[in-house]
Design a protein around this ligand. Sequence first.
Ligand SMILES: [Mg+2]
Length: 280
Amino acid sequence: MDKTVKKLEIKAIEIRKSIMEIIEYGQSGHTGSDMSCTDILTTLYFQMMNIDPNTPDDPDRDRYIQSKGHAAEALWAVLAEKGFFPKEELKTFYSFGSRLIGHPNNKVEGIEMNTGSLGHGLSLSVGIALAAKKDNKSYHTYTLLGDGELAEGSVWEGAMAAAHYKLDNLTAVIDRNGLQITGKSEEVMGVDPLKEKFEAFGWQVIEIDDGNSIEQLLNSFNTAHEKGKPKMIIAHTTKGKGLSFAENQINWHHKVATEEEFTGAMKSFDSQLEVLKNDI
Ligand SMILES: [Mg+2]
């Protein structure tokens, strides 16, 4: 297997360990949602995006907007690993006065926008991508949506505008894990056929059957943009990915591991790391 893929797979497991620790420190967190999108974030931050933690305000930096803001622990883990702030600060998660709260906020270096009020991220990203066009800038804008938040009407307004303004400098990813806080997404508010809907809205759509596969994610991000079209990656993920007790379990949307679950998970991640590291 490609060395880049292996290195990213190792990084993703390290991020998963860090997420478990952050939630353990804060005794709160969206465990299932974080694990679902860990591979997407790892691929973006450690391979795709042009960003430098030393110059977080560089006007030419790529932009990332996390519309599913509740998966904040995954983002904190990635930003700390990338060097935007000291890893030591992760221990303050969810404590009084900490910058690291349960949703992304722009007091933290590397965060472009406060998010978490669902359904806004795509429209925010459309504005940022449109600004790049107006300013003749070549930076790319990435955004991550949950599948549960597709029930918000503002997502479809953003989808319409992105195509209207021919934003081929925008890539959106839907973390299609099929679950949301109150149940199965298709039962709460059906959105299928998703691919056909975004295509009808004028998007280039790539659907991958394993959104936790770094290889599939890399291929989809690296697929060239069709001229004048925003790109949508529908990534079929597993909520709680990597945790035997949490995979595809609705009640793990927001839940903290017991001491036993925590220890078991860390052990399992460590043995996966050993295999991968020996193989590289
Ligand atoms: Mg979901």
